[in-house]
Design a protein. Sequence first.
Lengths: 643, 315
Amino acid sequence: MVKVTFLPSLATTAVPVGTLLVDAAAEAGVPLEMPCGGQGRCGRCQVKVEGKVSRRENLHLTPQQIKEGWVLACVARVMGDASVTIPSRREQEKVIIESAASRKAAALRPEWPIHPIVRQIYLELPHPTLEDNASDLERLRRVLTQQEGIADLRVPLPLLQRMATLLRQEEYRVTAILETDTGASARLLDLIPGRKEGPLWACAVDIGTTTIWVYLVNLLNGRLVDQAASFNKQISCGEDVISRIVYSQRGQGLAHLQHLVVETINDLLAELAQRHSLDTAQIYEMVAAGNTIMTHLFLGLPSRNLREEPYVPTATSFPPLVAGEVGLNVNPLAAVHCLPAVAAYVGGDISAGVLSSGLHKKENLTLFLDVGTNGEIVLGNAEWLMTCACSAGPAFEGAGVACGMRATAGAIDDVRVNSLTLEPTIKVMGNVAPRGICGSGMISALAEMLITGVVTKAGRIDVDWVTERMAGRSRARVGDHGPEYVLVWAKDSATGQDILLNQVDIDNLVRTKGAIYAGIRVLAQSIGIDLSQVEEVLIGGAFGQHINIEEAIQIGLLPDLPWEKFKFMGNTSARGAYYALISRQARSKVKEIASKMTYKELIADNTFMNEFTSALFLPHTQLEDFPTVKALLRDHQGTGINA
Amino acid sequence: MPPVETPVEKWAGKIHEVNLGGDARRLVVGGETTLPFLHFEGAIPHPPAVAVEVQDRPPASWAPELRASWGEAMEDPASWAKKAVEYGADLIVLYLSSAHPDDQNTGPQEAKKTVTRVLSTVDAPLIILGPGIAEKDNEVLVAAAEAAAGRRVALGFCEQKNYRTIIAACMANNHVAVAKTPVEINLAKQLNILICDMGLAPDSILMDPTTGALGYGLEYTYSVMERLRLAGLQGDKMAAMPMFCTVGEEAWRQKEARATEGIPAAWGDIATRALRWEELTAMTLLLAGADVVVLRHPQVVQRIKATIQKLMTKE
């Protein structure tokens, strides 16, 4: 028998060597919370130990925390006398958050020289005299040449029409806003009488199939000032790119889709403008990154050829455009740049993603994933880059799922299912009642449901089995859409309705993860590489920053590689657009990357279908490829149906 | 010409050996460590088995040619099974067709009676198939499983949407499950995993990868079976179940085996053609790795038995 003392209560107990810390705690009268039912899955039972205990490697603890003596009480066994500190709830939260934060995306730091192509230049023009009565335009040109070396200037008619007035308003002192270094002559975007105060506004936009992000940037210092996101209004015309293309072929479909995406961006711009008390006409540049289809629809380009063999886009590299032509609610003369695409199904978002993830600089074999409605995959290093795309569906972004929502306040983003009681414990973003479930919550829920046996490996919610196990009120039942599992009862939700995952949702999730994993497999096979050779996995996409690697592996979304190989990059598309916005060096690098990538067409490859079917299983039909999940399921033998 | 060395593959895996039948007559299928009939390469401890399809009521829709071949025996499943054994059947497939709601909608009591009668008439191992409607399958197969306790029969079909009850009945009575999936290697493997997760041993499963008849997708089903067998031999235990093929049902469904009017003279005599259709389908699937072929025509049973015997001779 050994003695275990619990702090701060000083409760003491004597237990045999090998007793689990949680059992010792219960014995001592200080029971610990175990939302997952105690298999070291949730990390909520962290305690700090002095003395001898057995430990098990765990994703929930950082190496630093382990060094400090933190263990998970549900898996650590007492091996000698020990003193155990039970942290207060507040401390506990902090430990959990810190350990989670260490796995999350690095902060957005501009790593490129700040050198935007839109600049503002203060000019003092000599007053005209009878001796020097050159035209206003000539006078402006002359000073620009002398002061900035800009020899060739294009002036849009609306500005030419107002030039005489604008120049004279502040005694020929004027701030010129110019678009330079595009390969063509400089273009005048605005003339502001006097010395312009305040930031030079611009925005980077990530046009996702499901979610659109707008970053507001001050070009004077390159800082990201704020960001806003919302669902792409085109969703009402189809959830994935193919249905959007189909819609675009109907009557006014294309014009309507173009209108909807521009309207979504304009709404977000208005939101940001209001927050920062600026006039959207003060925004002078936009860099947009989107997949090829989204970019086509954004510009109103016909997209039907993208859907039909041999999948030819109107353009992959897009000429510089003017905001007014596109209908954007920024300065009508503002410069609009769309980042170059690789092929019909690998767009500027991926060129931007490779840039911002740094894949093009890696020495080792690296896998880059952008998990969105389309799953794009890039494999390679500094020497070569291979890419492919698969249609994953919008489930992870919260669309097409009964209680799905984006990762904002009220979204369930973490779920634990107690393997003994099958009761879920949820974590909600923001300090509010739950409204729905976001992508990371779905991955978490599905992983937990698999491990506890609520869903079978075939992805079926096992209503009978759950009902049999749950005395009283069963979380599983048959609803309007077939079997379903209730995460939050109506009385506890913000919507007044049960928050649940139904069978259709689960089927969607399984298809989504299956498509992405199959894409990864086929791309690796096409170059004869085994996934175990991958040294690093970079995960991009707005959704990527929230997911839990362990759970993503458990459902077979990500290959079963050591956790330290995975790195979250956040929204790599928006960030790449942001880099391109603030740095012309970054912009030319994106072009280089886009031209360097070799595209693999999955549609032309019959191995994809086979890999896809193989991936429509939890975690995968080839369970041998997921050794850690196999072991985990085996550990639950006797408790779960999936043992 | 210089002598050519026969390439010999050393396979890591082995097909599971599935035992069927009671004390009076046992049958083992599977156990191969090589591809079909490649005796020079590995072991084929048991010849593929030939089963005869017997229905629990006379099948009115069967081709006249078939009905004539069995005659009055078809009136009673026990006599039909007995006659089938006389023709050389290694085992009997007993279809509880009458339980179909569109047929006579018979229930568990009738199923129990039929199974008991057939089992008491023949010693040959039995494979019992339900009418193919999940609810009814579960009802009659559970009854059949109890009636056949101690005789280790196979029960089918388990499908991904309905397997739990049948597997539970197999486990309770030490029977074998027949797992059916729609012509897809992954789905076949997935169902095997699900079944094993319930606790049924891998050597208590036969898999039906679903086959087509000659001229009706046979080459596709052939390739799926071949890939399953290769996976099994490569060591994938969840793909290493012996394969079960409903040849007769497929072959006799096609117009080549049925049509008597308005067909080109070159097609020849209907009797010859129909029998050949079934025989060729069976032969092809045996070469793809089938361990049990279910046949309908007694003459085809004899021909296939003879061919298997020749192919099993190790010279």
